[in-house]
Structure formats: C-alpha cells, structure tokens
Ligand binder design. Structure first.
Ligand SMILES: [Zn+2]
Ligand SMILES: [Zn+2]
Length: 355
C-alpha cells in the first residue's frame, strides 16, 4: 500500500512525505520565508599589538595562529543556521584588505529537506589594535614581587645566576602553558650584589624563589612593603623574596688546617667530603672561616702508578712528573688510566669519580 502523494499548499508542487515545513509547503516556498543562514557582515575584535592576543568574550586570550586563520575562526564561531539544516559544508577564502582587516568569503552548501542550497557570504573582520592588560603591566614595569638572588659574603656567580634564570623560565613556562596570563616577568635588574627578578604577583614570586632554592640551595627570607591601596580600599603589598646562596658552592675545594674538603652541597651547614680520609660530614660556615677556596676547574688528570694499600696510591705528579704518594679513600675507580686530582697548598688530592 502506498500513501497518497502530497502537494505544496502554496504552489502546488509535489512535496516529500515528511516535508521540512510544518505547514506542508515545498522547500522553495519554505525558503522564501526563512533565512537559512546568518553570518555577520562585520566583526571587530580587539587585538594586542604587542603580543598578538585577542580579547574574546571579555577575556584576553593568547593565539597561536595567523591573522587569516583567526579571521576564519571568528566567523565560524558566529555562523548560525536554522534548525532544519541537517548538513553544512563550506569553502572559505580570505583577502587581506590591510594589516588589520581580513575579508572572509565563504560558500556554504546546506542540506535540508532532501536537497542542497548554496549561499555565499562575506564578512569583514577588523582587528582593532590595542594593548592587553599583561603587556601594559609589563611596559609599565608594574610588578608585585621581587626575587633577589644574593650570596653570603660574595656575589652569586654566573653559573648560579644562569641556572636560577633557567629554573625561573621553566616555572614561568609551566604557568603560561596552564593558561595563567597573570604570570610574567616584567624585568631583570642587575645590581652590584646580585640580580633582581621582577614578577607580576607575590604568588609567582614565591613559586620561583622556592623552585630556585630547591635547585641551588640557600636561605630564603621574605619581606613585604605596602605599595598602594586599591579602588576597594584593600592594601596592595609588594613582596620581596631574598634568596641567599651559601658562602661555598658545590664543587668548591676548601683548604683548612685539617686538609682539603670538597663541598658537596648543603643549605643548613656545608656538606663536605674530606679528600684525605673520604669521610663525609657537615660543617658550619664559621668552622670554615679561614678556609681558602679552589675550584674543580683547577683539577687535572693524573696517571696511577701503583696501589700501595687501601689508603694510599702512587701517581705521577702533573707538573713535576715524579711519582708521589697520595691518600686513597674509595669512591675512585683505579682501573681507569687516569684519575682526577687537585693540588692545594703543595699537596695533591684525588677527586671522587662523580664530581
Ligand atoms: Zn511551494
Ligand atoms: Zn599583549
């Protein structure tokens, strides 16, 4: 049994069994009354001239793509079709009108009621140049925290500063990757006593100072200063994190009355390896007041001649080329052709393999 053929009540054309129009009209008559597609003719978006971020729905958002792609995305977000469209395809091309205007022309194929309709629309997208909040704070050097890199009785050396900056950069990158636009560095200030990192917020300052301390040791002090009172009467503080690296660095070799000590680290006290006995201990900075410092950079390779017993070996002295007896304490693989040694106060000491 077949059902009776239906006809459009307006023009009399045959219609499908289940027409898209509730009133039973054919597609042509239906489309005369309904706009299939809505696409804005003009779109304007604020764009930061400094970092390229866009203000979307009231929020600054970092954008990775180029302007043409951004323009297409903006248009795509605003295309609206009526409910009866069950499939949509579009081809799009862009024309750059000038450095802030892109024209997006799209050819839409829309499927409804068993057939395809084609529409063409052009949208002019204007990127209004402005400055985002973050860039304006960076430009104004508006910072909420300072991380001061210092050292006890010396200035931090280049290796410490560059390691600290690496750690800072990686913490910042993590914040930015997590979408935190409030995390930024406004400036790096070099001072005779060290380096200051100026950061957007106390929270970020705390994160950086803690991460740098974890990597490099040192003691951390915090102080805060009232900067201003904000519009709601709240007090706004700038927080200073002073990270003071120890007097001695990992790899320093200290000469004391007791012989030579290799610094292995330490935040509270100094962890040392006694290069005469192989004993590890922690000493306080005051124990080391009279110490003289050599660094691992002065180490040289020496050739082992013979192993005398488990506490002494003979090696060729690196400058006199004579065989000399030096203390041995384990931690050193004597099967190697040469081992590292350092000379302090006319005495040669072997260094452990792992420094
Ligand atoms: Zn009709
Ligand atoms: Zn910006």
């Amino acid at each position: 049994m077949t059902s009776a053929q239906r006809f459009c009540p307006t023009c009399g054309a045959p219609t499908p069994e289940d027409p898209v129009d509730k009133r039973g009209r054919c597609r042509t008559c239906y489309l005369e009354e309904h706009e299939l597609l809505q696409v804005p003719e003009d779109l304007t978006v604020d764009r930061c001239g400094s970092c390229g971020s866009l203000e979307l729905d009231g929020e600054w958002t970092d954008i990775e793509t180029g302007l043409a792609e951004q323009a297409i995305d903006l248009v795509a977000d605003r295309v609206a079709v009526i409910e009866s469209v069950d499939e949509l395809e579009w081809e799009v091309k862009t024309d750059a009108i000038d450095d802030r205007t892109i024209e997006v022309t799209a050819l839409f194929d829309l499927h409804l009621d068993g057939g395809w309709e084609r529409r063409e629309r052009t949208t002019r997208v204007t990127f209004e140049p402005t400055v985002c909040q973050r860039c304006s704070r960076i430009a104004g050097d508006d910072f909420g925290a300072i991380v001061q890199l210092r050292a006890t009785d010396r200035t931090p050396d280049e290796a410490e500063i560059s390691r600290a900056r690496e750690v800072a950069a990686s913490v910042l990158e993590d914040r930015v990757d997590a979408g935190d636009r409030d995390a930024f560095l406004t400036d790096v200030v070099e001072r005779p006593e060290g380096v200051d990192l100026r950061l957007s917020t106390p929270r970020l300052g705390n994160q950086l100072a803690t991460a740098i301390r974890r990597a490099l040791g040192g003691t951390l002090d915090t102080s805060r200063t009232l900067v201003t009172t904000d519009g709601d009467g709240r007090e706004v503080y700038r927080v200073t994190y002073t990270l003071r690296f120890g007097q001695f660095r990992r790899g320093d070799i200290l000469t004391t009355d007791d012989g030579a000590l290799l610094v292995e680290g330490g935040t509270e006290g100094v962890h040392v390896l006694d290069l005469s006995t192989g004993e590890r201990r922690t000493v306080t900075a005051s124990d080391l007041e009279a110490a003289r410092v050599t660094t691992l950079a002065d180490a040289e390779q020496v050739t082992v001649v013979s192993v005398l017993d488990d506490r002494a070996v003979q090696v060729i002295h690196p400058t006199s080329y004579e065989a000399v007896t030096v203390a041995y304490y384990g931690d050193i693989d004597l099967d190697q052709e040469t081992v590292r040694a350092v000379e302090v106060q006319d005495q040669l000491y072997l260094l452990p393999d792992d420094v």
